[in-house]
Design a protein around this ligand. Structure first.
Ligand code: PLP
Length: 458
């Protein structure tokens, strides 16, 4: 875990330790000597802490501040919205900003993903997508189709339905029993595949699982365009096309969880565009507003939405704040910036440079693999480059939490050192990042990874 580099035990530090419950954080690890990193200000690609130290936000908040920090025009859009309409709900009512935003998202989305159901974030979007898939089949008289197939090590959120899709054992066991119906198949961690393995192996595994479960019981398959947890697993060529065919063959809906991969992260508005597949349902959140307000959404194809649009039917599901007028106004302002500054085009133009700079780190003995797409890249750390031997649990614990997280932060780089699969460092800088930021990332990583190897070898 990262701790602040200076040890002035401010009142804010003490209040945070006493009252704030940070998410996924070992609260017991903080004290006057090991301080909570408190971010107080942000601008462009950088954030600043209590003491005024500057950090390159190499993770865009948490894969979400895609347009960069400090865009006051988003606040102005929110202020205008408060003057016009502060709040109204989407339960039985509508308001102009949610309508305009839904239409704009539908116009940007590929194919006939024309219906937009708003949520307040990613877990709610996944939760809603799961319920939608089950309900869709029930509307077609196939209520027994309720199971969900997800991939090992994938993260799909923390609410009980989304958690059942999440394939990370440590996140699940503490909250068992899980919502029934979810099962897991191998992911596309190609770096760890034996050389002779067929590229179709992982997609074949989905078909085998559908057949094993009984196609009449399977509602949907959920997958990210590039799987985040485990470290940016990019699919082999043709993977998604094959999964699409399998889903069609067995009347199973294909849910593309794009909570990270949408909104330019891979150089397109939607991650599925990058790999050329057409999902039935897409979940988005995070950078829909570039995180200036909480918001998520489920996009449904015309066919998936159709049964809910007729007669007395409805989707009996919703959230008070979903599609909030302020969040909708901010999302509209965010999409204006995406268009005006062609952020997707910038990612496509610059991803090669970013990637090449990370690949130069391959000369370090600890760097096993560099992978990813767009401004979403991971570096896998290994003990032995030749054999790809990974660090064991204790070593990974020391490497990531005992050394890397703190040291990267101390040197002014926020990124993710993660071991939900094998140990990786993940980078997802704001989409406005350019050569200056890539060089900064490279320089900090080179110094810290060199030192990490010395520590691990020593
Ligand atoms: N799905 C994916 C692919 C995610 O990466 C995340 C969060 O990182 C979620 C769902 C959950 O989103 P949230 O944290 O907004 O609930």
């Amino acid at each position: 875990m990262a701790t602040a580099p200076q040890s002035v035990d401010t009142e804010l530090q003490q209040l945070a330790r006493r009252h704030l419950w940070m998410h996924f954080s070992r609260m017991g690890g903080y004290d006057a000597e090991h301080q909570i990193p408190i971010i107080t200000r942000a601008e462009g690609c950088y954030v600043f802490d209590e003491q005024g130290n500057r950090y390159l936000d190499g993770l865009s908040g948490l894969f979400c501040v895609n347009a960069g920090h400090g865009r006051t025009e988003y606040g102005e859009a929110a202020a205008r919205q408060v003057e016009e309409l502060d709040f109204y709900t989407l339960w039985s009512y509508a308001h102009p900003r949610a309508i305009e935003l839904a239409a704009r998202i539908a116009a940007l989305a590929p194919g006939d993903l024309n219906r937009v159901f708003f949520t307040n974030g990613g877990s709610e979007a996944v939760e809603s997508a799961i319920k939608l898939a089950r309900n869709y089949h029930r509307m077609h008289g196939k209520g027994q189709k309720h199971k969900l197939i997800a991939r090992e090590v994938a993260y799909h959120g923390t609410t009980m339905g989304a958690l059942s899709a999440t394939g990370i054992t440590e996140l699940r066991t503490q909250f068992e029993p899980m919502t029934p119906g979810a099962c897991h198949v191998p992911n596309t961690n190609v770096y760890r595949w034996p050389e002779e393995r067929e590229p179709t192996w992982a997609a074949d595994a989905i078909e085998e699982r559908i057949v094993f479960e009984g196609p009449e019981s399977v509602a949907a398959v959920i997958l990210e365009p590039v799987q985040n947890a485990g470290g940016c697993f990019v699919p082999p060529d043709g993977y998604f096309q094959q999964v699409r065919e399998i889903c069609d063959r067995y009347d199973v809906l294909m849910i593309s969880d794009e909570v990270i991969c949408a909104w330019g992260r891979l150089g397109h508005y939607f991650g599925c565009e990058r790999f050329g597949y057409q999902p039935d349902i897409v979940t988005v959140a995070k950078a829909l507003t570039s995180a200036y307000a909480p918001m998520g959404a489920v996009l449904a194809s015309d066919a998936v939405a159709a049964p809910f649009m007729e007669g007395t039917a409805s989707f009996s599901h919703g959230f008070t704040f979903a599609g909030h007028p302020l969040a909708s106004a901010i999302a509209m302002a965010n999409l204006d910036v995406f268009e005006r500054e062609d952020l997707c085009g910038h990612v496509l133009a610059k991803e090669g440079e970013f990637r090449s700079m990370l690949e130069t780190l391959h000369d370090l003995p600890i760097v096993g693999d560099v992978r990813g797409a767009g401004f979403f890249q991971a570096i896998e750390l290994v003990k032995d480059k030749e054999t790809k031997e990974s660090f064991d649990d204790d070593e990974a614990e020391y490497l990531l939490r005992g050394f890397l997280s703190g040291e990267l932060y101390r040197r002014g780089l926020i990124c993710r050192a993660d071991d939900r699969g094998d140990p990786v460092i993940q980078l997802a800088p704001p989409l406005i990042s350019d050569t200056e930021q890539f060089e900064e990332i490279h320089d900090v990583l080179r110094a810290v990874l060199t030192e990490a190897w010395d520590q691990m070898a020593g």
